[in-house]
Each structure stands twice: as structure tokens, then as C-alpha cells.
Design a protein around this ligand. Structure first.
Ligand SMILES: Cc1cc2nc3c(=O)[nH]c(=O)nc-3n(C[C@H](O)[C@H](O)[C@H](O)COP(=O)(O)O)c2cc1C
Length: 230
């Protein structure tokens, strides 16, 4: 992977190695895990991929589209998943309209993966196992924050945190804090996955896999490959 050059006009040349049909892994899942693995490794080695798991998540409601960034906390052959407050704006939007889109973007690697599909809840057992290994303070905040609701000020948040910290003291155990009922995880069950690789002169590679029969991301026969113009 070469690095981009900043030209005199302030434009970055995307000098990535690209992605050809022949270089694509046998299934979308294997291609996703390959790129995610390479992004995480690059952050470890070169430090220029901060938050390689940052996932932009788009939803839609009657006012139109909405987007925010979360962290990808689950990834399996069903799709990427993230934890959140299920009563948050995104949680409520997805309950009404489960259509969802998401993207992982690694600018320093000239790569992005884009997902479109349907939101579904991650199984409770998985959510609980994940919650228990979060730091105690994060588990307290899951109780203290009515995510997406207005707050009167910072003091309100600090007071709510103190209240739950007193209610569920830190004994250093994973079950010190119960999992709030309103806290959970959402999976993007993808029907379409695009691998974008930036190349010289804006002649980028875009390989799109569209689900054509039932099957998960690791089922080679369920997906049709299309190259899109950049
Ligand atoms: C790098 C980064 C990581 C984030 N991770 C999460 C996350 O994993 N879950 C979450 O609910 N919000 C996360 N947030 C906050 C969200 O962007 C957003 O503010 C919040 O979920 C409320 O969104 P909503 O009102 O649309 O529901 C993160 C923000 C950033 C910038």
C-alpha cells in the first residue's frame, strides 16, 4: 500500500493498490474480515488508522435520512453489529423502519466498505456477554444516559452517573452492573456490500456484491458480483 501525495491544489491522489475481481476473497465475509484485519493491523503498526472499527450508520425517518458514527463491536457472517441505547433516536427510527446503511472508511488505506440491509437485534446472550466485559464506568453510563434525550446541562448527566454509581458499586466483578433493558445491539443484515478501493486519477475500483438468494455473507453462492464505475 502506497501513501497518497498531496498535490499543490490540496487534492489527495488515492494511490492505493486497488481491488480486482481476481483479488476478491471467495465470500463477502472473507473479504470484509480481510480488510478489517488489515486496518486493525495497520493501526497497530503505523498508527494512521485511528478507530479502524468506526462505523457510520444511516437510518431514515419521516424527516429524511440521519447518520452517526458508532463502533463495530460484532462481526460475523450475518453482518456487522454495534451496541447502543435502543430508546435512542437511531433505536426508535430502526424500530419503525429497519432499513439501514453503514460504512467502514479507512482513508489512509484508500478503502471503504459500504453495507445496505435490514437492522435486527443482536441476541440477548451476546449483548449480555459483551456488556459484562465493558469497564465499570461505561456500564454505569449505559444506565445514566437517556441517549438522544435533551439534558438540562452537564450537571444533570453527572448527577445521574453518581446515582447509578452508588446503586451499583464497583466490586471489580463483571456482574456488578446489570444490563439495562433498554441497552442492546443492532446488527446490519446486509443485502448489498460494496468494496471501494481508491486509485490514481480517481479511477477507483468498486466491487459490489448483491444477495440474490437466501444465504449469509459467507455463502459464496448467495451473491452476485458487479463492478460499478467510480
Ligand atoms: C468514534 C465514535 C464512536 C461512537 N460509538 C458509539 C457506539 O458504539 N454506540 C452509540 O450508541 N453511540 C456511539 N457514538 C455516539 C454516536 O455517534 C451518537 O452520538 C449517538 O449514538 C446518538 O445517536 P442517535 O441520537 O442518532 O441515536 C460514537 C461516536 C463516535 C464519534
Amino acid at each position: 500500500m502506497t501513501t497518497g501525495e498531496q498535490s499543490g491544489t490540496g487534492r489527495t491522489e488515492y494511490a492505493g493498490v486497488g481491488l480486482g475481481e481476481e483479488g476478491l476473497a471467495a465470500t463477502p465475509f472473507r473479504q470484509i474480515t480481510r480488510w478489517v484485519g488489515e486496518a486493525r493491523a495497520r493501526q497497530q503498526e503505523q498508527g494512521d488508522v485511528p478507530e479502524p472499527d468506526a462505523l457510520s450508520v444511516a437510518t431514515v425517518d419521516d424527516d429524511g435520512p440521519d447518520v452517526r458514527t458508532v463502533l463495530m463491536r460484532f462481526l460475523d457472517a450475518r453482518g456487522p453489529g454495534f451496541v447502543t441505547n435502543l430508546r435512542s433516536t437511531k433505536g426508535r427510527q430502526l424500530e419503525v423502519r429497519p432499513q439501514i446503511a453503514a460504512s467502514l472508511t479507512w482513508p489512509s488505506m484508500f478503502r471503504a466498505i459500504r453495507f445496505r440491509g435490514t437492522a435486527e437485534l443482536v441476541e440477548r446472550a451476546e449483548v449480555e456477554a459483551y456488556f459484562r466485559q465493558r469497564p465499570w464506568g461505561s456500564r454505569i453510563s449505559a444506565w445514566a444516559s437517556e441517549q438522544s434525550q435533551p439534558a438540562t446541562g452537564r450537571a444533570q448527566l453527572e448527577a445521574a452517573y453518581a446515582e447509578y454509581a452508588a446503586r451499583f458499586p464497583d466490586h471489580g466483578r463483571p456482574d456488578d452492573v446489570p444490563v439495562p433493558e433498554h441497552w442492546g445491539a443492532i446488527r446490519v443484515r446486509a443485502d448489498r456490500v460494496e468494496f471501494w478501493a481508491g486509485r490514481m486519477n480517481r479511477l477507483h475500483d468498486r466491487l459490489v456484491l448483491t444477495r440474490v438468494t437466501p444465504g449469509d455473507l459467507d455463502d459464496a453462492g448467495a451473491w452476485r458480483l458487479t463492478r460499478l464505475q467510480p
